[in-house]
Design a protein around this ligand. Structure first.
Ligand code: HEC
Length: 128
């Protein structure tokens, strides 16, 4: 019984530390959507509806449904994510990873979410 608990905690602990990496090919997917006020606004609306509950208003992973999640949603403003490619972010949004859902939305909507995450990074002084 004790051993089971130890193993469970070890497993959860490990899960939290392993970064989620996209496959190399994802880096080559080009963002077809230039960042402009219209699609940033569209991204903002989608983010509020589908992502904010876990990722939080500023992307810091402090949404009401996100704070106690394992693995934790992480911080979309981290330098690791700022440095990752648009293609990698798009791939992760499309793919999902439990407990993050793979939402059935259009590709354009996914790219406007990518552009919105970039905007969040920009307004918070984080750049590539
Ligand atoms: C149910 C909670 C939940 C919702 C809703 C959710 N996410 Fe996530 N998200 C997570 C968790 C948990 C992770 C971390 C997964 C991991 O690292 O194993 C994550 C990871 C990510 C990552 C990758 C971060 C990294 O560390 O590489 C991105 C990008 C992301 N989410 C974007 C979104 C977007 C955009 C939406 C809305 C369309 C969304 N998420 C909705 C829980 C959620």
């Amino acid at each position: 019984m004790k051993l089971t608990l130890i193993l469970v905690f070890l497993f959860l602990g490990l899960q939290q530390k392993i970064p989620w990496n996209s496959p190399k090919e994802a880096d080559n997917i080009q963002n077809p959507l230039k960042s402009d006020p219209v699609n940033i606004k569209a991204g903002n609306d989608l983010y509020t509806k589908y992502c904010l509950m876990c990722h939080g208003a500023k992307g810091k992973g402090d949404g009401p449904a996100g704070v106690s999640l394992v693995p934790h949603p992480g911080n979309l403003l981290s330098s690791r994510i700022a440095q990752s490619t648009d293609g990698s972010l798009y791939w992760k949004i499309k793919q999902g990873k439990a407990p993050m859902p793979a939402y059935v939305i259009t590709d354009t909507q996914r790219w406007s979410l990518v552009n919105y995450i970039r905007e969040l990074q920009k307004v918070n002084g984080i750049s590539k």
